[in-house]
Design a protein. Structure first.
Length: 84
């Protein structure tokens, strides 16, 4: 496992947050027929980010980062009124 590259981890966290936010916007911005495929794609992209994180830390640490990032993104969406 490589030494933690903080800028790369920060980039991956940002990507996870963007994927989550995109999936939440889907509830108000897209047609119902596209919802399943759209959410699935966002989840797949978050899984890729999780795999990338594991290059820099243990799987348990990567899970914790993903979970915290999703929690933070959810709190941000709630605070900004984007609760769909």
């Amino acid at each position: 496992m490589e030494t933690i590259n903080k800028s790369e981890v920060a980039r991956i966290r940002e990507q996870i947050a963007l994927e989550y936010q995109a999936s939440q916007r889907m509830f108000s911005d897209f047609t119902p027929t596209a919802k399943h495929q759209y959410i699935t794609k966002r989840q797949e992209n978050i899984a890729v980010c999780f795999q990338e994180l594991q290059q820099y830390m243990t799987p348990a640490e990567a899970v914790a980062i993903v979970a915290q990032t999703l929690k933070d993104a959810q709190m941000f969406a709630s605070a900004s009124g984007n609760t769909s």
